[in-house]
Ligand binder design. Structure first.
Ligand code: F6R
Length: 247
């Protein structure tokens, strides 16, 4: 595992975007696993700038997102379909038919989960998976207690995750209670993983994820077992890590 301590959020975003750009340049038909949320917004901004400068080309890239809330249509401003379109897809030359997210409105979530898992396999698996980290150690929407052998599945979001995401919704009742998420097993199959973490509020959980016991109680701790993980975290998020990982 490679741990990179960035100066601040801007530096973290820049370093993470550089790693993604390198992947795109070296393999122009890469399958990228993408995430939503606040942490990755700066990364998408940098990638858009790199695209505008013609440094990277998304023509052959395909993307698979980690998760989607259930019950929201792709046009719902709170859906992750909408988030991705607004913050990334519509600003680069990604072919919309090459961008995949779980269908949160599927009549049978169970069937949608297995369809999504098969879709990832049919693409040949994920070359590089981008991850943020939840305050409770979740990756994707794999909440504490999720089995490490779970594939894409339906989850009931924990109260703490709903609270953390309440900033994106007009009222508490609007926050969905369930989501479809790639499972830990799906994430661990990615050939490379990039975990990005920002802010002092995640310093303790990052320390547990990287240096604590590998346990379903801290879902992100499984990343210690993956052969190719890069962690890029800002100084505030690194503040509980051993001294050699801080700047
Ligand atoms: C988003 C996702 C989540 C977030 C995590 C951090 O697709 O799967 O695991 O990455 O909740 O969210 P932020 O960056 O908003 O703190």
């Amino acid at each position: 595992m490679k741990i990179i301590c960035a100066e601040d959020y801007a530096d973290m975003s820049c370093k993470a975007a550089d790693l993604l750009s390198e992947q795109i340049i070296l393999k122009s038909d890469s399958i990228l696993g993408l995430a939503t949320g606040g942490t990755v917004l700066g990364i998408y901004n940098h990638l858009i700038q790199q695209y505008q400068k013609k440094h990277i080309d998304f023509a052959q890239i395909r993307t698979v997102n980690l998760d989607e809330y259930t019950g929201l249509s792709p046009d719902d401003k709170n859906s992750y379909h909408w988030y991705m379109k607004q913050n990334f897809f519509s600003h680069v030359n990604l072919d919309p038919s090459n961008c995949y997210l779980p269908d949160g409105r599927a009549e049978s979530p169970a069937e949608e989960c297995s369809r999504y898992e098969q879709l990832i396999a049919s693409l040949g698996g994920i070359d590089l998976q981008l991850l943020g980290l939840g305050h409770n150690g979740h990756i994707g929407f794999n909440e504490p207690g999720t089995g490490f052998d779970e594939k894409t599945h339906l989850v009931t979001l924990s109260e703490s995750t709903r609270q953390a995401n309440s900033r994106f919704f007009p009222a508490e009742n609007d926050i969905p209670k369930q989501a479809i998420t790639m499972g830990i097993k799906s994430i661990m199959k990615a050939r490379r993983i990039l975990l990005c973490v920002s802010g002092a509020a995640k310093a303790e959980i990052l320390q547990q994820v990287l240096f604590g016991p590998v346990t379903p109680k801290i879902p992100g701790s499984i990343l210690q077992m993956h052969p190719d993980v890069t962690v890029i975290a800002d100084m505030a998020a690194c503040s509980c890590l051993p001294e050699e990982y801080r700047i």
